[in-house]
Write a protein that binds this ligand. Structure first.
Ligand SMILES: N[C@@H](CCC(=O)N[C@@H](CS)C(=O)NCC(=O)O)C(=O)O
Length: 244
């Protein structure tokens, strides 16, 4: 068992009672991009939290009562163990419940709603990339994959304009960046697995994603949020993630 999965709770494991009701808990899994969204938001906002990793292929029996849908991420908080699921719902809750922390969403309701539309459009474009999560037959199908990567690059280019981040002006990432980053960073990974030098490939074929990767990779929140040392796509494949 790799270090990555060694501490994951799995079938037969006891339920770890929350030691401190003042500390928010997050049920997550390292390679899950939706969980990473929530972890990025928690880090960006500086919210102290306890992490409980769940082995998805062999979930502990008690996880069914934590989230009957069986999905991560889940946050749990308060003395009465309130729970919330759905990464973007959790992000909205954290923004409202921790008003004194770094703001990640615009105050203007239209801008906020527009950001949400962009997140959904970009994610839909990423999910059109064949084999991105099964990571199989990448080189054989690369021309088909390449055709679906271009629209993602165009979306990134159009949204960023001359800014560093998808958040727009201000040169600081916001929820849009943290919501899509866990998915966008799979692009160089699949290029590498397909046998390309991802840096060269992105520079030439997907210049907006290439530039954006550079900006996000040095963001302090991204750097602070625990990352997977192993090749993430391979981890995803081992965990059997399918497109959502
Ligand atoms: N729409 C959900 C999607 C969450 C999701 O699909 N999580 C996956 C892992 S990445 C999961 O828990 N799948 C359940 C399973 O594999 O059994 C969100 O935004 O939080």
């Amino acid at each position: 068992m790799s270090e990555l999965t060694a501490n994951n709770y799995q079938k037969g494991d006891h339920f770890p009672a929350r030691a401190d009701p003042n500390i928010l808990r997050v049920y997550y899994n390292q390679p899950c991009p939706f969980s990473e969204r929530v972890r990025l938001v928690l880090t960006a906002k500086g919210i102290e939290h306890e992490k409980i990793a769940i082995k998805l292929r062999s979930k502990p029996e008690w996880f069914q009562s934590v989230n009957p849908s069986g999905k991560i991420p889940v946050i749990e908080f308060g003395a009465d163990n309130r729970r919330l699921t759905e990464s973007l719902v959790i992000a909205d809750y954290l923004e409202a419940a921790f008003p004194d922390t770094r703001r990640l969403q615009p105050d203007d309701p239209y801008e906020r709603a527009n950001d949400r539309v962009f997140i959904e459009i970009l994610l839909a474009a990423i999910f059109k990339i064949p084999f991105i999560y099964t990571v199989e037959n990448l080189s054989e199908n690369w021309s088909q994959i390449a055709a679906t990567l271009k629209p993602v690059d165009i979306l990134v280019a159009e949204r960023r304009g001359n800014n560093k981040f998808l958040s727009g002006a201000g040169n600081v990432p916001n929820l849009v960046d943290y919501a899509v980053w866990p998915f966008i960073k799979a692009v160089p990974q699949i290029a590498d697995i397909a046998g390309y030098d991802s840096d060269d490939y992105l520079r030439q074929e997907l210049p907006a994603i290439h530039d954006y990767m550079g900006c996000m990779s040095s963001d302090p929140t991204v750097l602070q949020t625990e990352v997977i040392e192993d090749n993430e796509c391979c981890v995803r494949r081992r965990h059997g993630f399918a497109k959502k």
